[in-house]
Design a protein around this ligand. Structure first.
Ligand code: FMN
Ligand code: SF4
Ligand code: SF4
Length: 259
């Protein structure tokens, strides 16, 4: 049996949760599709896993665009996973909707509270560094087993999810608003080691290279990927004091919680 997993992860939380799910699927080959080698035709797979973080109370737009291009759906059992740090917004609802539009059958859907990766919140002390809690991990295992049972032919009902009252009320900020709130991104040339990691982290190729990173505000989606990833703290975001609130999962031993 083969399952294709499609995910988006800037700082690694969602990737770790997805790896955990794939490890739990005994006897199943989990093929990960990436931005570079994107498998959008899922007709050759028995099941699908979709996993994304919450950015600004919803799905990261580049990932929503990828999922909306999926073809070859024929009711394959699907697990949908949305990670979040404080307020889930419409992430899970939108991902389930997109899966259904692609003719996939969502048999398990979960919102997983994870450590916060949004620097302005971390700087305020809202960081959930102990997440995910054991109860949420147990639920993740149960959801992986539900997918496994469906893959083995047992009939599993399709699940439905709905947005909470505040999520419906609040909506989402526009990209322009988020970028404005982020403020300009500037590279401090004295601190920069020219390692290129910021450029690798950028999901929308908004970083040009001119003997160091140059940020293009018109493409930026304010994901803080470059700011979080920079190993030397060389990037200033207008709304943050340098290095404040940067999120690095390795410093809180997140991976060990998924073992
Ligand atoms: C730019 C940005 C915006 C975010 N917005 C939200 C949000 O609106 N609600 C929320 O609960 N978490 C939010 N988060 C937290 C992430 O969803 C959470 O930490 C997630 O697990 C990160 O996943 P990743 O490491 O796979 O990228 C945000 C994080 C970033 C960096
Ligand atoms: S330049 Fe903008 S879109 Fe690219 S990683 Fe940095 S914050 Fe994210
Ligand atoms: S990640 Fe930081 S140190 Fe590396 S090139 Fe980018 S700004 Fe410079």
């Amino acid at each position: 049996m083969r399952v294709v997993s499609m995910s988006f992860s800037i700082t690694g939380n969602t990737a770790l949760a997805l790896e955990h799910v794939c490890r739990s699927l005994d006897g199943v080959e989990c093929v990960e599709t990436t931005d570079e080698e994107d498998i959008l035709d899922v007709s050759g797979f028995d099941g699908v896993v979709l996993a994304a973080p919450t950015f600004y109370r919803g799905l990261p737009p580049p990932f929503a665009r990828r999922v909306s291009k999926i073809t070859g759906g024929r009711g394959q059992p699907t697990l949908v996973l949305a990670t979040y740090g404080a307020m889930l917004g419409r992430t899970l609802v939108d991902l389930v909707d997109l899966a259904e539009k692609a003719s996939l059958r969502v048999v398990a859907a979960q919102a997983l509270l994870m450590p916060e990766s949004y620097p302005p919140f971390i700087a305020k002390g809202w960081s959930n560094t102990k997440a995910p809690v054991p109860g949420d991990l147990a639920k993740l295992n149960t959801n992986a087993q539900t997918l496994l049972k469906a893959l083995r032919g047992s009939s599993q009902p399709a699940v439905s999810v709905s947005a909470g009252f505040f999520d419906r009320l609040l909506g989402r900020p526009s990209r322009q608003k988020s970028v404005k709130r982020l403020g300009g991104l500037i590279c401090n040339k004295t601190l920069c080691s020219r390692c290129g990691q910021c450029r690798e982290a950028c999901p929308v190729q908004a970083i040009r290279w001119e003997s160091g990173p140059v940020f293009d505000r018109s493409e930026c989606i304010a994901c803080f990927g470059c700011y979080n990833r920079c190993p030397t703290g060389a990037i200033d975001a207008g709304c943050m004091k340098r290095r404040d609130g940067r999120y690095r999962p390795e410093t809180i031993g997140l991976a060990s919680r998924f073992e």
